[in-house]
Design a protein around this ligand. Structure first.
Ligand code: NAD
Length: 313
């Protein structure tokens, strides 16, 4: 998928050169491939199953989980959903995970984060069987990723890798800056970019809340991955001309819209677009890729658990 808007556009009198990286289109390609893998699994007598567990009253978490279930249905993955009262004891969640770990029809187990304060997130992540940990957060899977032998790459950074590949962005020898060091985005992203091999081999700097001179680091970056959680934190003046800018951020800001808000990224899109060589929009960039890679990890899990060969790239 290399179909890009490479003609220079004029917006508000400015020349805009950046290619817009279309996450919806790349995600549709991934979902199409996953649907094919589901058929391969079905032919071998296996229906892949993904269990989602929700222990939260947060409407955003409820929305995320229902989107994941809808995505499953669309590609032929069996969705199993369990809801646990947010006030229930942590033991109830542990027992649910133990049951799902045992079930032969469940190949992936995803516990929606964040969890209530009385539940220890680390213990929950460790409780999920590593071979069903389709989020890729279990220490065994984190260790394998760092060692260059990934089983399940975490969905967001894996999705970013797929976007870079789809748009032929050269990572080998590139100077990459990852802004953010979270366990779910920043750290695994940096680990993927430094791996020896295709889609890796980048010279990678990880910036975070204690970084001094972020602007100086960004000024030399060929690839910027922003995962900060601060609306429009990085603007065009901080970027190197021609850089590839991947905006992971999803931030709600008040706006005069029907819902009373709009979604913006961690990058100020309009100014960045004038400088960057390629950029992901928000929404429609990384978000759809995260969802698609969860489906990818689920068919991968089913293939591993039933010893069915599926041709995943
Ligand atoms: P997080 O809050 O866990 O981590 C934010 C990181 O930003 C931290 O590591 C912190 O050190 C860094 N940071 C904070 N202030 C900084 C500063 N002034 N300078 C440099 N770094 C600074 O967040 P997260 O879970 O990694 O998510 C980041 C953003 O990505 C959020 O907007 C989140 O909603 C979004 N997100 C999107 C997807 C997706 O699918 N598109 C997936 C996960 C997260």
């Amino acid at each position: 998928m290399t179909d890009t808007a490479d003609e220079t556009d004029i917006i508000d009198g400015h020349a805009v050169a950046a290619d817009i990286i279309d996450g919806n289109a790349v995600a549709a390609d991934v979902r199409g491939a996953v649907a094919g893998h589901v058929e391969t699994l079905e032919a071998a007598g296996v229906t892949p199953g993904l269990a989602t567990v929700l222990m939260s009253d947060d409407p955003a978490s409820e929305t995320y989980v229902s989107m994941k279930q809808r995505d499953c249905e669309e590609v032929g993955i069996e969705g199993i959903h369990v809801e646990i009262d947010a006030d229930a004891p942590a033991s109830e969640l542990y027992e649910t995970i133990d049951d799902l770990n045992e079930r032969d029809d469940v190949h992936g187990v995803l516990v929606q984060l964040p969890l209530p304060d009385h539940v220890d997130k680390r213990s929950v992540i460790r409780r999920i069987a590593p071979e069903k940990d389709v989020d890729g957060f279990h220490p065994e899977n984190v260790g394998r990723l760092v060692a260059g032998d990934a089983r399940f790459k975490p969905c967001t950074p894996h999705g970013v890798q797929k976007l870079l590949a789809a748009y032929d962005v050269e990572t080998e020898g590139a100077d990459a800056v990852v802004v953010g060091r979270s366990d779910i985005v920043g750290k695994p992203m940096a680990n993927l970019l430094i791996q020896k091999g295709p889609l890796g081999n980048a010279t990678t700097t990880v910036c975070h809340s204690r970084t001094e001179d972020l602007a100086g680091k960004l000024a030399d970056a060929d690839i910027v991955v922003a995962a900060v959680g601060i609306p429009e934190f990085i603007d065009g003046s901080m970027l190197k001309a021609g850089a590839t800018v991947i905006d992971v951020g999803i931030n709600r800001v008040d706006a005069d819209t029907e819902k009373g808000y709009e979604l913006v990224g961690d990058v100020e899109y309009d100014s960045a677009r004038e400088v960057a060589g390629a950029i992901t929009p928000v929404p429609g960039g990384v978000g759809p890729m995260t969802r698609a890679m969860l489906l990818y990890n689920t068919v991968k899990a089913a293939g591993i658990q039933h010893d069915v060969e599926i041709d995943l790239d």
